[in-house]
Design a protein around this ligand. Structure first.
Ligand code: GRF
Length: 197
């Protein structure tokens, strides 16, 4: 299977995904793209030998359709079977999503359906939740709402700051996403459930 990955920043999840696709793994990363030409993850992808591209969303001044028309071109050129969003921070229109629906995954740093959207760790702490985590889901037109393919659970500690909780969750994201992708590439959509090691 050919996998395209979209990032917006450091791309730590992308790195783990690319690193996981070796040996007898059923998938290979064929392209890494970003909405930010300065995303640190682009250099990491290139260093791993994965072709990269960037389409700067700021060049399209809020014209989402024009941005997506530019974004989709290099993705389609790579002929991916699967599209992974990994720390991709732009909301995609239903038109774009429908081009890949059923084969587009995203990782979101909360135990969905709780806390779709932003500031998930702060919200979990403020709610007094005992647990938090990350979810990998199939992307549908509704934000952070598609069928869940895997979750990883971590404890929320009494004096956690959002950054401390985010760091604890990120460790589990890096375990969860590669495992979900491996199974998904094999056609297995049985939800993965990880608890903190
Ligand atoms: C992570 O918390 C991820 O859950 C969210 O973006 C953050 C950074 O991800 N989607 P990465 O390091 O760029 O993969």
């Amino acid at each position: 299977k050919r996998v395209a990955i979209l990032i917006s920043g450091g791309g730590s999840n992308m790195v783990k995904l690319v690193e996981s696709m070796t040996g007898d793994h059923p998938a290979r990363a064929v392209i890494v793209g970003s909405n930010d030409p300065h995303a640190g993850g682009l250099a990491k992808a290139a260093a791993m030998g994965v072709p990269t591209f960037a389409v700067d969303h700021r060049a399209y001044k809020g014209d989402r359709a024009a941005f997506e028309a530019a974004l989709i071109e290099p993705i389609l050129a790579a002929q991916p079977d699967i599209l992974c969003l990994a720390g991709f921070m732009r909301i995609l229109t239903p038109d774009f999503v429908q081009r890949f629906e059923g084969r587009m995954l995203n990782i979101h740093p909360s135990l969905l359906p709780k806390y779709p959207g932003l500031h998930t760790h702060q919200r979990a702490i403020e709610a007094g939740d005992a647990e938090a985590g990350a979810s990998v889901h199939l992307v549908t037109p509704e934000l952070d709402a598609g069928p869940i393919l895997g979750q990883a659970v971590v404890p929320v500690l009494p004096d956690d700051t959002p950054d401390q909780l985010a760091a604890r969750v990120l460790v589990q994201e890096h375990r969860l996403y590669p495992e979900v992708l491996r199974r998904f590439a094999l056609g297995d959509q049985t939800p993965v459930s990880l608890t903190a090691a």
